[in-house]
Write a new protein. Sequence first.
Length: 462
Amino acid sequence: MTLNGYCRFLTICTLIFPKTLCFLPKQQRVLLLSFDGFRWDYIYKFPTPSFHDIIKNGVHVEQITNVFITKTYPNHYTMVTGLYAESHGIIANEMYDPVLNETFSMNHMTIYNSKFWEDAYPVWITNQMQGHRSGAAMWPGTDVQIHGAFPTYYMHYNESVSFEDRVAKLIEWFISEESINLGLLYWEQPDEKGHLWGPNNPRMKAVIAEIDELLDYLVQELKKAKLWDTLNVIITSDHGMAQSSADRIIELDQYVDKDLYTMIDHSPDVAILPVEGQLDAVFSALVKAHPHMTVYKKEDIPYRLHYRHSSRIQPILAVADEGWEILQNRSDHFELGNHGYDNILPDMHPIFLAHGPAFRKNVSKQTMESTDLYPLLCYLLGIEPLPNNGSLEHVKDLLVSAAPKEPLDRHQEESYAYYSGIVLGSILVLGFLVMFVKHLTRSQVSAMWIQNTEIAQPLLQS
Ligand SMILES: [Zn+2]
């Protein structure tokens, strides 16, 4: 076989056994769970034995650096796309798209307009395009048709469906004949109570205790279904929560005429669309209006926030300091807890725990980016990620090895095929090297012979 022939053979083998020859990880199953608004330090402030059990037997990242703005929809879409908000297009819970001339609002059915979501492909679609099945219980965006697809199995969003019913559905999908390899689970607490009372309120102790019980319920149900030891379970959140106060309110009406602009998104990140021709007037009126409010023209939003390159980001953005609220005036509704502030603030950071065959045990690290979750998910699922702002390298230290293996008691035959593939792959690579060295040696010998002839020739002539 010639060197070219061997290369062709190797290419064909790579196509036939891609996972073996490229040493991609064995496909594993993943359940991703978000407790909305679960701040990273709740597990230290309140008794949370279920969380701590998982930390002892799995991995723990103390604080996730999430993306700006630190609100629900942008961050849930970042977790499943690995993109900053400006790139995946869900830049706020409330937004206006001047190209579509449409408004997206979590309080209305407008979130079901597919066009808002189609700047990116979420992981469930990529998973399905690569031959797998996904299941989603209320994860934001999973009941929206995106690029013509829904998750293989999903629930229509309904806040009144209990955590227990959501868990039951996911388990059913994981153990069914046509089983899923990716499950997404969303729960509304402790965000709602955090907004209502503020994170510093002693009543949050009971809220977090209830979530700890829900986590224990999930673990027990997964054990009953014999999934706990084979499933990789990731528990995280979209953002933290900061304490607000009626003493820390900034009223825009005190500084600028409300007829000069439309307020698109609300405190603490106020997206301002000025009336045509009034941009400079509105900006000048607000830029130095209050010491606890930073006002940017869109093009001057700091690069580190990755919040500039989208037509849905409005010409002016006003951001409050932590704990402050920006309202039109005091008649506006406001709550004692809020999030959305700068993503460098620790109080905005969510929790991250993971347990399962792919994850190390009793391992902690300080931080990771929420954009790193997507490449991690793709790696575990054995699927090719789309371009993203994260990096698997940042989180590889959480994994048992660079190539996590499926436990032998499940898919044993596949494991044998995997190792046989590695042996076959190694033989092919060695064979290729031998052929290459032989080819190289032969070329060098002939080159030396030609070279010697060229040197000898003039001598012979002289
Ligand atoms: Zn949220």
